[in-house]
Design a protein around this ligand. Sequence first.
Ligand code: 13P
Length: 274
Amino acid sequence: MDEQTARREIVNIGRLLYERSYVVSSDGNVSVRLDDGRIVATPTMMCKGRMTEDALAVTDADGKPLGNRKPSSELAMHLLIYHERPDVMAVCHAHPPHGTAFAVAGLAIDQPILSEVILTLGCVPLAAYGTPSTDELTEAMRPLVKHHNALLMANHGAVAYGSDLWQAFDRLETLEHTARIAILARMLGGSKNLPADAIEKLINVREAAGYLGESARCQACGYLHETQLSCASGDRPAATDYYERTATNGSGKISLTREELVELLSQAVNRGES
Ligand code: 13P
């Protein structure tokens, strides 16, 4: 994508994020990676609903500003995603209210309740809290970026990414829509998870259709436990690593299945023996 098109699309997406209340005030940030590796990003501290094309910042691939506009204070998060995911060309970070409610409650969006979400997005894990704009945040996100197309950031918000800006936005919108449906279903007495065989069929369909590749199977989440699909060894964050980083709520409690507890205990025993 050329720089002028990227500027125009970022302004359009910024307006949509604001109109849909995914951001208020100067919340959120959006970026596009150009074919030559430069990044076009929203400037820091500017309302995304009122941006103009000339207000955007351009940096090199390492985030060094090229020009006099100061990019988002969260650019390191965007650079991390571009680094970990060569297929990603655009990133959208916002604070959509229902998705962010999950992040504030210490919950991932990882229950297999909607067939279309399994097909097109996969589960959305929760990265542990890290101070915005610091390494704390990027380190909490790092192990999750490779296997997911959207993440929640505890007590902060959500980020989604894709091969272009519209795909990144669509994923953010799906995240928010799913969170909203999940909350409504809870108010109606609780949602019913899809059974393992239905999930397995959906995963086969999404891989055959090219919606999501095999790497998206490596999810430290509910789907995996439902399907028994094995993930590629080595790529998945160690269970202890994952659960230390995520899924804690304000009281410090975590919930585990029996299988996860056994895995954690055996890792602890193995560490003790070595
Ligand atoms: P910036 O204005 O620096 O992009 O920060 C906004 C934000 O949402 C931080 O989480």
